[in-house]
Design a protein around this ligand. Structure first.
Ligand code: PLP
Length: 383
C-alpha cells in the first residue's frame, strides 16, 4: 500500500490561508445528512467542562431522550464519542466473550463489517446470507439459530448499502427461545424508521448522530438491555477495548461520574438539541414524515422512468436505492449533481457498485422540497 504525503505548509503559504469556507451542499446521500440549523446553532455554544454539573445534567437528558426515540427503558443507554462504527464496535466488544459464537445476517456491506469486527474480538463467526437488497424471514432465522446455536444474533435493521429494512418483529422471541442476545444495527433507522427496542426484545443496539437524528457525525447512541448487561457483568476477562468498555463508561454516564475521557462537548450540545427537536415533533410523527416524504420520492422517480432496487414492502423510509439505467454513467450523473447543483447522492457499494444510486432523506432533510430539488436536477442531468 502506498501512503500519500502532503508536505508541511511552508513559511510563505502559512499566512495566506483563507478562513474556512465550504460549499453549501444538500446532502441527499447515505449520510451524513444536513444537520438542523438549530443543531448547528447549539453546537456554537461555548463549551463547559466534561464534569461540569451543567454538562452532566445534559448527559442525563441525552440518555432520557435516547430512551424515548429508541422506545426502551434500558438503564444503560448512552452516546459513544465517535461515529456509528465506534458504537458498532462498542456493541460487539461488550457482548462477545472470546470463543462465543455469533450469527450475523449478511445482506449488504454493513453485515460484512459486523463479521470483520466480531472476528477481531475472537468470536466464532457464522453467517446467514441473502442477495443484497433482500431480507431474512423468521423461518430462515429459526433454521440458522437451530444450526449454529449462537450466543448472539446480529442483524442490520436498515442496510444502508441496499436500502432494505430487515423486519424485527418476532426475532427477539426467537432469540429468547434459543437463549441468545439480539444485537441490532440501527444506524440508518433511528429517528426515521419505526423501532421498538423493548417490545421487539432487542438486547444491544447502536446508531449514529448524522442521519435520522439530524445532527453532525461523532456522538453515537449505544444501548444494552439488562440481559446484555448481566452477561457483561459476569465475564471473567476484561473487555478488550478500553475506550468502549461499557463498565467503565457507565461510571461516567451513571451516578459515579468518574472521568473516563474528555467528551466532545459541542457535539453533545448538538445531539441534545437534535433529540429535543425530535421529541418536540414526536417520534411517531417523525416516522410518518419520513414515510410520506419517501413515498413522494418513489413516485417522482418512477414518473421520470427510474426503477427502484428493493421490493416496496421492505424499502427503507430513510434510504432508497435507485437502479442506474442501462447505458447511463452513474458516477458522471452524481458528479454533475454535486458540481452543478450542490446536491450529494451516494453510489452503490460492493455488489451494487455502479448499479445503483443511493438517495437518503434523513432527519431534517426528509422534506418534500428536497425531493423536488433533486428530481428537478435529475431531469436536467439525465440523458
Ligand atoms: N452501520 C450502518 C448500517 C451504516 O450505514 C453505517 C454508516 O453509514 C455504519 C454502520 C457506520 O457508521 P459511521 O460511518 O458513522 O462510522
Amino acid at each position: 500500500m502506498q501512503l500519500t504525503h502532503t508536505p508541511a505548509i511552508n513559511d510563505s503559504q502559512r499566512r495566506q490561508l483563507a478562513p474556512l469556507e465550504m460549499p453549501p451542499r444538500l446532502l441527499l446521500g447515505p449520510g451524513p445528512s444536513n444537520a438542523h440549523p438549530d443543531v448547528l446553532q447549539a453546537m456554537n455554544t461555548p463549551p463547559v467542562g466534561h464534569l461540569d454539573p451543567a454538562f452532566l445534567a445534559l448527559m442525563d437528558e441525552i440518555q432520557s431522550l435516547l430512551r424515548y426515540v429508541w422506545q426502551t427503558e434500558n438503564p444503560l443507554t448512552i452516546a459513544i464519542s465517535g461515529t456509528g462504527s465506534a458504537a458498532m464496535e462498542g456493541a460487539i466488544a461488550n457482548s462477545i466473550t472470546p470463543g462465543d459464537t455469533i450469527l450475523i445476517g449478511v445482506a449488504g456491506y454493513f453485515g460484512n463489517r459486523l463479521v470483520d469486527m466480531a472476528g477481531r474480538y475472537s468470536a466464532e463467526v457464522r453467517t446467514i446470507t441473502k442477495p443484497w437488497g433482500q431480507v431474512f424471514n423468521l423461518q430462515e432465522l429459526r433454521s440458522a439459530l437451530e444450526a449454529h446455536r449462537p450466543a448472539i444474533l446480529a442483524l442490520v435493521h436498515a442496510e444502508t448499502s441496499t436500502g432494505a429494512r430487515q423486519p424485527l418483529l418476532g426475532v427477539g422471541e426467537l432469540c429468547r427461545e434459543f437463549d441468545c442476545l439480539l444485537l441490532v444495527d440501527s444506524v440508518t433507522s433511528l429517528g426515521g424508521v419505526p423501532l421498538f427496542l423493548d417490545e421487539w426484545g432487542v438486547d444491544l443496539a447502536y446508531s449514529c448522530s448524522q442521519k435520522g437524528l439530524g445532527c453532525s457525525p461523532g456522538a453515537s447512541p449505544l444501548t444494552m438491555s439488562p440481559r446484555a448487561w448481566e452477561k457483561l457483568q459476569q465475564r471473567q476477562t476484561k473487555v478488550s477495548n478500553w475506550y468502549l468498555d461499557m463498565q467503565l463508561l457507565s461510571k461516567y454516564w451513571g451516578k459515579e461520574r468518574v472521568y473516563h475521557h474528555t467528551a466532545p462537548i459541542n457535539l453533545y450540545y448538538g445531539l441534545r438539541e437534535a433529540l429535543r427537536l425530535l421529541a418536540d415533533e414526536g417520534i411517531e410523527n417523525s416516522w410518518q414524515r419520513h414515510q410520506q416524504t419517501v413515498e413522494y420520492l418513489w413516485q417522482e422517480l418512477e414518473n421520470i422512468g427510474l426503477k427502484l432496487h428493493v421490493e416496496p414492502e421492505f424499502r427503507l423510509s430513510t434510504l432508497t436505492t435507485v437502479c442506474i439505467p442501462e447505458g447511463v454513467d452513474g458516477k458522471e450523473i452524481s458528479r454533475q449533481l454535486l458540481n452543478d447543483y450542490n446536491i450529494e447522492i451516494g453510489g452503490g457499494l460492493g455488489e451494487l457498485a455502479q448499479k445503483v444510486w443511493r438517495v437518503g432523506l434523513m432527519g431534517y432533510n426528509s422534506r418534500k422540497e428536497n425531493v423536488d430539488t433533486l428530481v428537478a436536477a435529475l431531469k436536467q442531468v439525465l440523458p
